[in-house]
Design a protein around this ligand. Structure first.
Ligand code: PHE
Length: 459
C-alpha cells in the first residue's frame, strides 16, 4: 500500500540525512554561546550525559513510531491511536513556526556568505560589526529577500523527494560540512593563546553545575537533536523494515554531539585568542557580531570567515530541509497534494510568520504578542521573542513529553522495542533500561524543564 512512498536508498544515507537535520544552527551558533554562558566543561559534561541518557531514548521512541507506521507524523499517530492524532498535529504546528524563523536566520547566514564571497568586507573596528548586523537584520525588505532565497533552496531539494533529493544532497553536504569544520577547528586551536579557550571548554568547575545549567543543557539537547516535533517520526518512516534503529540513532546522536564539540573547539579558542575571556560575553551575537570582528583581526581572516559562514549555511540548510520535509509529507500523504504544491502552499502562510519575525527585529516596527509565564505574569513581547519561546520553551518539551507518554504508556514499549530491533529477533542491549527511561525518567525530567521555563519564567 505504501509502494509510492519514498525510502532511504541506504542506511548511511538515512544516518547522514538525520544527522543533517540534527546538526544545525543549534550546534554551531547556539552551542558555543551556551557553553560560554554556563561555565565551560561543566555544561559540556551535563550536555553529553543528557544526550546519552534522555535524548537518545526519546529519539529511538520517535523513530520507532515512524518506522512502524511508515507514515507522516499526523498519519502515524492516527493509525496507532486515533485519539492521539492531535500529538502529530502539534508537531506539525511546532515545525511550521520553527521553519518560519529558521528561514530568516538562514537568510542572514546567506547574506554573510555573500559578503565574504564578493569581498565586500566589513569595516575593521568593533562597533561597525555590530552596527552592520543590527542594521541589516532590522531593515524592512532585504532580510526577507534572503529568507525567501533560503526557503527556495529548501524547496528545490524537498520537491525532488526522499532519496533523490534529501538523501543525495545530505550525502554530499554533510561530508563538506565535516571537512570545513575540521579545517576551521585546526586553524583555531593553533592560534597563539588558543590553549586558554581549549582549557575553558574542558575544565570542569563544579560550582558551575546547578539547576540553571541543567535546564539549559536539556533544552539545548532536544533542540539540537531535532526531537520532540516529529522530524524523527518522518525520517524513521523512510527506513526500510530490516534495519536496526538503535545503531543508527546512536550514530546520529554521536555525530550531532561531535559537531557541537568541534564547533566549540573552532569558536571558543578563536575568541580567547583575540579578545580574551570577555569576548565570550557576547552570547547570541557570537556568530554574526563577535566572529566577523575576530576574523578581521586574523591573518587570512576573510577565508576563515567565508569558510565559517559556508559551514553555517550547510548546517542550517540540511536542518531546514528536514522541517520542510516533515510538513510536506503530511500534506502530501493526508491531502494528496503533490510535493511541489505542498511546499508552495506551505510557503504562503509561513511567509506571514517570517515577515512578522523579521520585522520584529526592529523594535519600532515589531508586532507585540502576549506571552504568559507564572512568575512574570502576562507580558507583551516582540513577535520574534514569542515565536522562539513558544517553540523552545513550550512546544518542543511538550512534544517530547507526549511522545514518551505515548510510546511508554499507550502504544507500549514492547511494541516499540520490537520495531527498533528490525530484523534481529533478540532484544537489543539495554532494552529494559531504555523502556524505563521512556516511561519514567524522561517524562519526569521534561516536566522539570517545563516547570522551570514556564512557571519559574527562566529562559
Ligand atoms: N536540530 C537543529 C539545530 O540544531 C534545529 C532543528 C530544530 C531542526 C527543529 C529541525 C527541527 O539547529
Amino acid at each position: 500500500m505504501n509502494s509510492k512512498r519514498g525510502q532511504w536508498a541506504s542506511n548511511l544515507g538515512f544516518i547522514l540525512a538525520a544527522a543533517g537535520s540534527a546538526v544545525g544552527l543549534g550546534n554551531i551558533w547556539k552551542f558555543p554561546g551556551k557553553i560560554a554562558a554556563y561555565g565551560g566543561g561543566a555544561f559540556l559534561l551535563l550536555y553529553v550525559l543528557i544526550v546519552a541518557l534522555i535524548g537518545l531514548p526519546v529519539m529511538l521512541a520517535e523513530l520507532s513510531i515512524g518506522r512502524a507506521t511508515q507514515k507522516n507524523v499526523v498519519g502515524a499517530f492516527h493509525s496507532l491511536n486515533r485519539r492521539w492524532t492531535f500529538c502529530g498535529a502539534l508537531g506539525v504546528i511546532t515545525l511550521f513556526v520553527i521553519l518560519s524563523y529558521y528561514c530568516i536566520v538562514g537568510g542572514w547566514v546567506m547574506k554573510y556568505v555573500f559578503v565574504y564571497l564578493t569581498g565586500a568586507h566589513f569595516p575593521a573596528t568593533a562597533a561597525p560589526f555590530q552596527d552592520f548586523f543590527v542594521q541589516f537584520i532590522s531593515a524592512p525588505v532585504q532580510p526577507l529577500l534572503w529568507g525567501a532565497l533560503f526557503l527556495g533552496a529548501c524547496i528545490f531539494v524537498v520537491v525532488r523527494g526522499v532519496s533523490s533529493g534529501i538523501e543525495k544532497f545530505s550525502k554530499f553536504l554533510m561530508p563538506c560540512l565535516f571537512l570545513l569544520l575540521i579545517s576551521i577547528m585546526l586553524r583555531a586551536v593553533t592560534l597563539p593563546n588558543a590553549w586558554e579557550g581549549v582549557k575553558y571548554l574542558f575544565e570542569i568547575r563544579p560550582e558551575a553545575i546547578n539547576g540553571d545549567t541543567l535546564v539549559a543543557a536539556l533544552g539545548q539537547a532536544f533542540f539540537s537533536l531535532s526531537v520532540g516535533m516529529g522530524i524523527m517520526v518522518t525520517y524513521g518512516s523512510y527506513v526500510p523494515k530490516k534495519e536496526n534503529l538503535l545503531r543508527s540513532a546512536v550514530m546520529i546522536c554521536f555525530l550531532d554531539t561531535l559537531v557541537a564539540i568541534l564547533a566549540g573547539l573552532a569558536i571558543v579558542p578563536v575568541v580567547f585568542a583575540t579578545m580574551g575571556a570577555e569576548g565570550l560575553g557576547m552570547g547570541g551575537g557570537f556568530a554574526f557580531m563577535a566572529l566577523p570582528e575576530v576574523f578581521a583581526m586574523m591573518p587570512g581572516g576573510v577565508l576563515f570567515g567565508l569558510a565559517f559562514f559556508l559551514l553555517l549555511f550547510l548546517a542550517a540548510l540540511t536542518s531546514a530541509i528536514s522541517i520542510l520535509e516533515s510538513c510536506t509529507a503530511f500534506l502530501n500523504e493526508e491531502l494528496h497534494w503533490s510535493r511541489l504544491k505542498s511546499t508552495l502552499l506551505l510557503a504562503v502562510p509561513m511567509s506571514l510568520f517570517s515577515i512578522g519575525y523579521s520585522l520584529s527585529q526592529n523594535a519600532d516596527r515589531g508586532l507585540n504578542l502576549p506571552w504568559l509565564d507564572w512568575k512574570h505574569g502576562l507580558q507583551w513581547l516582540p513577535m520574534n521573542a514569542v515565536m522562539e519561546k513558544f517553540t523552545d520553551n513550550l512546544m518542543i518539551p511538550l512534544g517530547a513529553l507526549l511522545f514518551c507518554v505515548f510510546v511508554g504508556w499507550i502504544w507500549g514499549t514492547s511494541k516499540a522495542a520490537k520495531e527498533i530491533r528490525g530484523e534481529a529477533q533478540k532484544p537489543f542491549k539495554l532494552e529494559k533500561f531504555w523502556s524505563f527511561i521512556v516511561r519514567y525518567v524522561a517524562p519526569v525530567v521534561i516536566l522539570i524543564i517545563l516547570y522551570f521555563t514556564l512557571i519559574q519564567g527562566q529562559g
